[in-house]
Structure formats: C-alpha cells, structure tokens
Design a protein around this ligand. Structure first.
Ligand code: HBI
Length: 99
C-alpha cells in the first residue's frame, strides 16, 4: 500500500481507522505527541528522519520543547497516498520507542 497513487475517500477512512492517533486535515493527516523530555523528542525526530529517507517520503515536523507535531501528505500526488500511512505507522513506532 506504499504507492504514490492517490487514495480514495473510502481507502483513507479505512487506513485512518488503523491509526487512531492520527487525524485528517484536508489533503493531509496529522498527529501530535509529547515526548518525555526535549532530548527524547529530538531522538524521535532523528529516528523519523532515517525512516523518511528510507521511504523517500518526508513529513512536516514541528518540535516545541517536548511536543512534536507531524503532518503527512504526498506533495507529488496532491493528496494522500499509501506512503503517508506507511510513514505514519513508522512515526508511531519511533514515538513508542521513546515513550
Ligand atoms: N515527501 N511528503 C512527501 N511528498 C512527496 O511527494 C515527496 C516526499 N519526499 C521525496 C519526494 N517526494 C521525491 O521522491 C520526489 O517525488 C520529489
């Protein structure tokens, strides 16, 4: 499901159901999470960066002290694709590793 083909509304709804921490924001999905402290938040960003490079798919990342916000969309498709949901799951894994 990690292709760059734009997903249908039904596919988006189904994919979001498997990612309860994420919410739809227009043509993107987004998640906010608090790390235990600032160094842990930075470690999450480093782990996410490595996964983003591996997938060639990069989230928008906002870090404020220990609060992280991730926003995903597939710019080249002008909307949501399977890559967004694959990357969202990897972001969840990186957050769990620092929780
Ligand atoms: N990341 N979120 C996101 N969306 C893209 O379209 C994208 C990307 N990272 C790299 C990338 N595209 C390149 O493969 C080129 O398509 C620009």
């Amino acid at each position: 499901m990690s292709s760059r083909a734009r997903l249908s509304e039904d596919e988006i709804t189904a994919a979001l159901a498997a990612l309860p921490q994420w919410s739809r924001e227009g043509d993107s999905i987004a998640r906010t999470a608090d790390a235990p402290d600032f160094p842990a938040a930075v470690r999450v960003v480093v782990a996410v960066a490595e996964q983003a490079e591996a997938l060639d798919h990069h989230p928008d990342i906002d870090i404020r002290w220990r609060t992280l916000r991730f926003v995903l969309s597939t710019h080249s498709a002008g909307g949501l694709t399977g890559l967004d949901f694959t990357m969202a799951a990897r972001i969840d894994e990186a957050l769990r590793a620092e929780s």
